[in-house]
Design a protein around this ligand. Sequence first.
Ligand SMILES: [Zn+2]
Length: 186
Amino acid sequence: MKTVTIKPPWLLGFTRRFISLNQPLMQDFGAWHFQPGMRFQEKAQWWRPGFSRSTPHEGVDFCCFKDKAGELVYLRPGCKIPALFKGRVAALFDDFLGRSLYIVHKDNGCQLSGTIYAHIQPVPEITVGRVVEAGEVVGVTAPQRRSGPLRSHLHLSMCRAAKNVPPPTDWQTIHHLPIELINPFS
Ligand SMILES: [Zn+2]
């Protein structure tokens, strides 16, 4: 039986932009590759086989892809990251590998939708309050903290929150505020 993979509408445009921004690394891009633990709500630590995360994964990790020959290629520190959607920078805070950037997009009456780009080094123009266009480079993948299997990667989260919920100030507040994390691939 043929397996049909449902892809979210943003993924193709994001991937095309990511490829064009990150040449020559991405020139033979075939498809993103996700190891167990890299997708939403998965429990495994992909960098430490046999260990579990303390909380289910809050998003999707873009860390590697298969090239056209089927070989696995890893992203590197310094890969340019395009914004998925137009939005306003609502928060910028440290995470355990770099910085996290929280951009809010839609103002749906009483709800906001947001995207979080984590483990990045934001470009200097990215400051709280600034409006970011879709496709604009918001930062680059942060360096590895130390040599080892926890490679440089982009963590992407998508969420919804009521308009009166304050923007998060770190990942602890994301877990404690009434912010609903949603599967970026749904
Ligand atoms: Zn992650």
